[in-house]
Design a protein around this ligand. Structure first.
Ligand code: SF4
Ligand code: SF4
Length: 459
């Protein structure tokens, strides 16, 4: 298979400030909707409560993770790991079809850079006005605009930090605690400061440098590309030779292609590249140059699509291929993992029983000729209601608890209890006998069984 050449980033390229020109058009509208929607979700979800509990809450002190009404415990970590792997495969699947579309339309770095650039344009004006302000603006003109812009950036960054911490420290308590200087943990203050600074620097100052030099996805995404991956592409067959001309000039007469070399596709590019140089490592597939060039084509009276989402095969031979074996492979792997995660989620036991043997001694001899073993039980109630639980030993004839165990446990809580199991001496033939304990909920059908060993003197 023919590989797509990827141009490496010049290390000194990022030193020049990029003044991005705003663009309007079909893809920019999609980006605006997707980026505002995702940011809206980020800022809103931590405020939403269901049955008095936040929709998403990572409760680290109690080691519980509440996601959309379900509660996960550290024991469920493999399900969360599986969900993350599914997300990764989803990303690979989309990348084989549409390249770095994730970067252009949904990546948090893009979303926050987008809002920071939007604020910048509101305060400092268009691309030309910003360039003029930085190069020729008087201090009287320059200072108030810069102060206003950075104050707005810091405001957004601060609220981003507060919201992030609000997924760990219930936001309805966090916000009043911040404004009354009453945070229950200094860590919350540290992480708010950390995320405020990280957001301000990443979206305000570093911007495209994060995509170029820091993002790991940018480093490995090219291995998933093939000539049938749909990316933003300049149609060089149609565009070259490029050159300026009057609107009504005859292209054939001047020996020119459709590109009028206006450079607008470069001016709108958030990473500052020229897509006419071919597929590049820095391109985040945002489609801004597509919209900008389409507008130029409209003005010139040419067909749209000189820059468009297209595959290398399509540009070179005009043939469109959607099917790729690797896409099918990622799709099948993703489907299997989604099925496995679904099964694991639906088959999670609503009550859990853990048994630990006490280390004090192997066994004791009880009154009446019984042998006794001591254990510690941990019963976890994963149901949304409090319940009462009863423990029953299962094993050889005559097995029973020295003291009956019945305990009430709050929803999403656990209780640790001592238990002594006794078995008549004549029922034990081996040194080690497997026994089971079962816990049954009194007010529901929930139950769980766990196995342990019972140590005795043997024959
Ligand atoms: S916007 Fe279109 S016409 Fe203008 S330079 Fe870019 S590719 Fe050529
Ligand atoms: S080249 Fe076009 S699609 Fe790629 S990052 Fe620049 S504007 Fe976006």
């Amino acid at each position: 298979m023919k590989s797509i050449p990827v141009r490496q980033v010049e290390p000194d390229k990022g030193s020049d400030k990029i003044y991005v020109r705003s663009a309007t058009g079909f893809y920019q509208k999609i980006r605006t909707v997707s980026l505002w929607a995702l940011m809206g979700l980020y800022f809103a979800v931590c405020w939403i409560q269901v049955d008095g509990r936040p929709l998403i809450h990572f409760d680290l002190p109690d080691r519980q993770f509440h996601l959309f009404g379900a509660t996960f415990w550290p024991q469920d970590f493999f399900i969360l790991t599986l969900l993350l792997i599914i997300c990764a495969f989803g990303l690979f699947f989309i990348t084989t079809l549409f390249g770095r579309i994730w970067c252009g339309y949904t990546c948090p770095q893009t979303a926050w850079t987008f809002i920071f650039m939007w604020l910048e344009e509101k305060v400092e004006g268009s691309r030309n006005q910003r360039m003029k302000l930085d190069r020729k603006g008087s201090l009287r003109e320059w200072l108030p605009r810069k102060v206003a812009k950075h104050a707005l950036w810091l405001g957004v960054a601060f609220w981003t930090g507060v919201t992030f911490v609000g997924y760990f420290y219930p936001i309805r308590e966090l916000v009043p605690d911040i404004f009354t200087l009453n945070l229950t943990t200094a860590w919350a203050g540290f992480w708010i400061g950390f995320f405020t600074l990280a957001t301000y620097l990443n979206a305000g100052w570093l911007r495209e440098k994060v995509c170029l030099y820091m993002c790991p996805y940018a480093r490995f995404q090219s291995v998933m590309f093939s000539p049938d991956t749909r990316t933003v592409t300049y149609d060089f067959n149609r565009g070259e030779p490029r050159g300026p001309r009057k609107k009504d000039a005859d292209r054939a007469e001047h020996g020119l292609g459709d590109c009028i070399d206006c450079g607008i596709c470069v001016q709108v590019c958030p990473t500052g590249i020229d897509i006419r140089n071919g597929l590049q490592y820095e391109c985040i597939n945002c489609g801004l140059c597509v919209d900008a060039c389409n507008e130029v084509m409209d003005k010139m009276g040419y067909d749209r699509g000189l820059i468009r989402y297209a595959t290398e095969t399509e540009i070179e031979s005009g043939k469109k291929h959607w099917f790729q074996p690797r896409t099918l492979g990622y799709g099948i792997a993703m489907g299997l993992m989604i099925a496995a995660a679904g099964w694991m989620l639906t088959s999670r036991a609503p009550v859990e029983l853990e048994i630990t043997r006490d280390r004090g001694g192997l066994y004791q001899t009880g009154s009446g000729g019984t042998i006794e073993n001591s254990y510690t039980l941990k019963i976890t109630n994963r149901e949304s209601e409090a319940n009462t639980y009863r423990v029953t030993p299962l094993g050889p004839d005559g097995i029973e608890l020295l003291e009956p165990i019945e305990t009430r446990i709050d929803s999403l809580d656990s209780r640790t209890l001592p238990a002594v199991v006794q078995i008549p001496r004549d029922q034990i033939d081996e040194v080690s006998t497997p026994v089971k304990l079962r816990v049954d909920a009194v007010n529901s059908e929930s139950s769980a069984t766990s196995e342990t060993t019972f140590i005795g003197p043997g024959r």
